[in-house]
Design a protein. Structure first.
Length: 210
């Protein structure tokens, strides 16, 4: 199976799982999804783009990017519904599946990428979050993209690359989705990776002496 067909297969599998999950009885009152819906309503109806509130009283506790995305979908749809406030999370989940495939393909092979994507799709917690009106899956997408771009930049080390700029762009988008954790997690992972790569290189160079 060629690369495009493999990616298409992952998209179809994810789409089927997401479809059946979204067709389940409404769970909008679970896990603060209703609160997220109220923020989106405030953005759509009152134009409160930077500080949406919960029924005009409690301000949003998260940065506004998810609200903006859900509001854009709702305006395009014509009204705010369960689906329109969940769709940014659904699309973010699709993006995470794609990034998982790309990273696995780059580090191992196309077959490993397919397997990794299918394992992720069949993970209950992942599927649940990807069909939930919360910021978690969008944050996961931006962190995943930041780390994938770092791997691409690392492979081209010594050369000027737009990947380095894009890493910080996606970290920034993640930070206006759910705060500074979008910077902290990728930076921590990158530092640990570089430390162990440096340690591995030192050990490999010392091996002939030993």
């Amino acid at each position: 199976m060629d690369r495009s067909k493999t990616i298409a297969l992952l998209f179809v599998c994810y789409g089927l799982v997401a479809f059946f999950r979204l067709m389940a009885p409404s769970d909008i009152d679970v896990r603060d999804q209703a609160k997220q819906g109220l923020y989106v309503l405030d953005v759509v109806q009152k134009g409160s783009f930077f500080l949406p509130t919960e029924r005009g009283s409690k301000p949003a506790t998260k940065p506004p990017l998810y609200n903006w995305a859900a509001a854009a979908v709702s305006l395009a749809w014509g009204k705010v519904t369960d689906l329109t406030i969940k769709l940014p999370a659904v699309l973010s989940g699709l993006g995470v599946v794609l990034v998982t495939f790309l990273v696995s393909e780059m580090l191992f092979s196309k077959e490993v990428g397919l397997f990794a994507g299918l394992v992720l799709i069949l993970n209950y917690h992942f599927t649940n979050l990807s069909c939930t009106a919360r910021t978690d899956m969008m944050l996961c997408l931006f962190i995943s993209l930041s780390l994938y771009l770092f791997l691409l930049a690392y492979r081209e080390r010594g050369e000027k690359s737009t990947y380095n700029t894009l890493i910080f762009v996606f970290m920034g988008l993640g930070s206006i989705t759910k705060g500074p954790v979008a910077f902290l997690i990728p930076v921590f992972v990158i530092l640990v990776f570089l430390f162990f790569m440096k340690l591995w290189i030192c050990c490999r160079n010392a091996l002939p002496i030993l």
